[in-house]
Design a protein around this ligand. Structure first.
Ligand SMILES: Cc1cc2nc3c(=O)[nH]c(=O)nc-3n(C[C@H](O)[C@H](O)[C@H](O)COP(=O)(O)O)c2cc1C
Ligand code: SF4
Length: 452
């Protein structure tokens, strides 16, 4: 049984409400931090905890906070990234919808540590109903003296505002998010300067994921050293995983990062095995942008060790034989799933979400989508597979923001591990067409006219 730090109270009735949350021990970390700790000691606790950003890149949170510039008289800001638009990722939604006060609690402590008197939650536009939940939680915290002026009589002032995005995945990238928060089109900025030096309205800003900030609550309550004892290596604490695809029990799970991928997929505590008794074919373990792994490399590393659900183990072998923890969006594919179809679907998403500022991403994502659709529809050539490989190589690392890489990696990994499936499509055009028109299997009404 994994230890729960964030979801421990998920089944307490009405935990969404302040009174219940408080009765269950909520807001203790604010009392402790504001009354008995300095901002510097909080940052030290976070460094000791080994907490890594839960938004995708896994950057150490305490280290990021220590970079924040402190020019005299210039306000600083905390911005919580609740944009969560990566296909397969829905863990922040769960946390905000069911235990919103844990985010508000973590934000107050973090705001105090960073010296932010005005902090923001940037939430994806589609999470409209969660905006209301968060607004209510903020108001309740304010009514009880945890937000507003002179919090708990300590002299610290803090307001939290919720800003709703307009439905663009790119606004999850931290500098695009900042542009959008400022009221502009969400185009990523060229870095440096990094947000810690020049963020919202050119002021020092820390952008952190929802789950990262919520983790402040157990870190402050129990201490950074205790938090670091959970997990393994540089994967400390617990991690929320949103599991979906062909599994018996899709959902959001909190794991400690010592369990194996095999346990996670097959144990009844988590995914409960593959649906309908099918075989596991592949998995995208960290949200749509991380490399897909075939079953053999998913369960065991190339060195023959059991693969674990943590940052280091999932990445073991680099992109040749490994993948990434990413945002924790765990997408399982059974033996019936078509890798070409899946890759096309992802390519279509990334082409649609590219902001268009850089040519390799703007043009390359469109080319990859078209070529993949041709192959999927039985109209491809063998040379198209090499062309796809060439295009993704030329996108990766040549763009302003990592969306370009995020678009390139799924294509690269699919070809690397499943090239024969691409070749099958090229060599069996009639079967591709028949299959596409088959009842309900891969039928996609948007594309059927193009097939005729
Ligand atoms: C295209 C794109 C989308 C992203 N979407 C999100 C997101 O929805 N939520 C998130 O926390 N981070 C997202 N990120 C990562 C953020 O840029 C940033 O690294 C993160 O919010 C930092 O928080 P963390 O250190 O707590 O992980 C995205 C990055 C890219 C390139
Ligand atoms: S990589 Fe793509 S999404 Fe990112 S800035 Fe360039 S064009 Fe925009």
């Amino acid at each position: 049984m994994s230890r729960k730090l964030l979801l421990e109270k998920e089944h307490v009735e009405n935990i969404r409400l302040y009174d219940v949350y408080r009765r269950e021990g909520g807001y203790r970390s604010v009392e402790k931090a504001l009354k008995s700790m300095s901002p510097e000691t909080i940052v030290e606790e976070v460094k000791k905890s080994g907490l890594r950003g839960r938004g995708g890149a896994g950057f150490p949170a305490g280290l990021k906070w220590s970079f924040i510039a402190k020019p005299e008289g210039v306000p600083r800001h905390l911005v919580v990234n609740a944009d969560e638009s990566e296909p397969g990722t829905f863990k922040d939604r769960y946390l905000m919808e069911f235990i919103p006060h844990i985010l508000i609690e973590g934000m107050i402590v973090t705001s105090f540590a960073l010296g932010s008197n005005v902090s923001y939650i940037y939430i994806r536009g589609e999470y409209a109903w969660i905006v209301d939940i968060l607004q209510q939680a903020i108001q309740e915290a304010k009514n009880n003296g945890f937000l507003g002026k002179n919090i708990l009589g300590t002299g610290f002032d803090c307001e939290i505002y919720v800003h709703r995005g307009a439905g663009a995945y790119i606004c999850g990238e931290e500098t695009a998010l900042i542009e959008s928060l400022e009221g502009k089109r969400g185009n990523p900025r060229i870095k440096p300067p990094f947000p810690a030096i020049e963020g919202v309205w050119k002021r020092p800003t820390v952008v952190n994921n929802v789950e990262t900030i919520a983790a402040l609550v157990p870190i402050i309550n129990d201490g950074g050293d205790e938090y670091a004892k959970i997990g393994i290596g540089k994967s400390t604490g617990t991690k929320l995983i949103s599991a979906c695809g062909n599994i018996n029990k899709p959902g959001v799970y909190e794991i400690d990062m010592t369990i194996s991928v095999e346990e996670f997929i097959y144990s009844d505590e988590w995914c409960g095995g593959i649906k309908n008794g099918k075989k596991l074919k592949a998995c995208i373990p960290g949200g749509s942008s991380v490399p897909i792994l075939p079953a053999n490399l998913l369960l065991t590393t190339a060195k023959g060790e059991k693969r674990l659900m943590n940052y280091e183990s999932l990445a073991d072998g680099g992109f040749a034989t490994g993948s990434m923890m990413g945002s924790g969006g765990f997408i399982v594919l059974d033996e019936d799933q078509c890798i070409v179809r899946n890759t096309y679907s992802l390519a279509r998403f990334y082409r649609h979400e590219s902001c268009g500022q850089c040519s390799p991403c703007r043009e390359g994502t469109g080319w990859m989508e078209k070529i993949l659709l041709n192959i999927e529809n039985g109209k491809g050539k063998i040379s198209d597979i090499d062309l796809l490989w060439d295009i993704q190589r030329k996108i990766e690392g040549n763009t302003i923001c990592p969306l370009g890489d995020a678009a390139a990696w799924p294509v690269a990994a699919a070809i690397r591990h499943f090239r024969e499936e691409f070749e099958w499509h090229v060599n069996n055009p009639i079967e591709c067409l028949t299959r596409n028109f088959g009842v309900g299997h891969y039928a996609d009404p948007i594309h059927i006219p193009e097939l005729v």
